[in-house]
Design a protein around this ligand. Structure first.
Ligand code: GDP
Ligand code: CA
Length: 319
């Protein structure tokens, strides 16, 4: 079975770990979000690709959900001692090595997709991890700070400001000119199932879908598309997805997120059991919906969610 998953960081990565346990023989292609990428200290950092790679490769800091296990921060301390910022973005010593290798390869002329493949040679995530594009796309957030409206990098909004001011608009800068990375459209065309894990619908999956050709390929492919809600009981399970949903005029409920994707894209949608009353509304929007436990408390819970998603895809296929 060929499965394509569109993934952001933590929610995507933890779901993928469950999917691999639920379908060990499946051929899984992950299309990763690169809108969160940022240049720091001359290095190219790809937080979402790395979270997927480290999580599936066994190198993740489990409690935190991002960054390396067993990490130290000597380089960051030294940079701070020189007054070299930003200090709000946590880059550990082990993590730095990944960004150095990536940046060297990019400077030598390799596209990000080839670099990601090379990094995965070490981590062996057990999936094919492809960035959504080799072109530069950077998510910016329009905010008003000290009475002045400006656009800041997504990481500055998320990590430095912790989404403490309203997001007035979310703009994936460069997306319109970007092309899907090699292999992305082919993987979608050949897929038996496309899954949207419980990743951020706006700044993770929304950004991937903003690369021209990807949304259309998924909508046009004759393949079941099933998503899992990142919103449980009217709030994100972790993080601040409600802030970026508000920016695109979508309420933070499991049903509203399904409607935001729409029946043109989604065939099936899983909501948590606490949101069972949303099932009717989602089905009225033309999307097959089930209420099942959606908390990834451990890898087995994530595997059970993956099995439910694959079962719903099968139901869609047979309908
Ligand atoms: P990020 O790039 O690290 O922010 O990660 P993603 O975009 O992949 O995922 C973030 C989303 O995952 C957030 O909106 C969370 O609500 C959601 N999420 C995290 N853990 C869980 C979980 O256990 N269950 C569900 N349903 N959603 C989760
Ligand atoms: Ca992210």
């Amino acid at each position: 079975m060929r499965i394509v998953v569109l993934a952001g960081g933590i929610g995507g990565a933890r779901f993928l770990r469950g999917l691999k346990r639920a379908a060990p023989d499946a051929d899984v292609t992950v299309i990763g979000n690169t809108g969160d990428d940022i240049h720091l200290f001359g290095l190219k950092v790809c937080p979402d690709l790395d979270t997927v790679m480290y999580t599936l490769g066994g190198g993740i800091n489990e409690e935190q959900g991002w960054g390396r296990a067993d990490e130290t921060f000597h380089v960051k301390e030294e940079l701070t001692a020189y007054g070299a910022g930003p200090s709000w973005f946590g880059l550990g010593d082990r993590d730095f090595a990944t960004h150095i290798v990536r940046t060297q390869m990019i400077q030598a002329g390799y596209p990000l997709s080839a670099v990601t493949e090379a990094l995965c040679d070490r981590w062996k995530p057990g999936v094919r991890l492809i960035p959504m594009t080799d072109d530069r796309v950077e998510t910016h957030v329009a905010v008003t700070l000290d009475g002045e409206r400006k656009a800041i990098h997504f990481q500055e909004y998320w990590v430095r400001l912790r989404a403490s001011v309203p997001a007035e608009a979310i703009v994936p800068v460069g997306a319109e000119q970007a092309k899907p990375a090699p292999g992305v459209l082919e993987a979608i065309a050949e897929a038996d199932v496309v899954l949207f894990p419980p990743s951020n619908p706006v700044v993770s999956i929304g950004t991937i879908l903003a690369v021209p050709g990807i949304r259309e390929a998924i909508a046009d492919a004759d393949v079941p598309v099933v998503g899992l809600s990142p919103i449980v009981g009217g709030a994100p399970v972790r993080g601040m997805a409600d802030k970026v949903l508000a920016a695109v005029g979508v309420e933070a409920t499991a049903a509203a997120v399904a409607e935001h994707y729409g029946s043109g894209l989604l065939d099936g949608w899983l909501v948590d059991t606490v949101d069972a009353d949303a099932v009717e509304r989602v089905e009225a929007a033309g999307i097959r919906c089930r209420a099942v436990p959606l908390m990834m408390t451990d890898a087995e819970a994530a595997a059970a969610m993956a099995r439910e998603a694959l079962a719903l895809a099968e139901e869609v296929r047979e309908a």
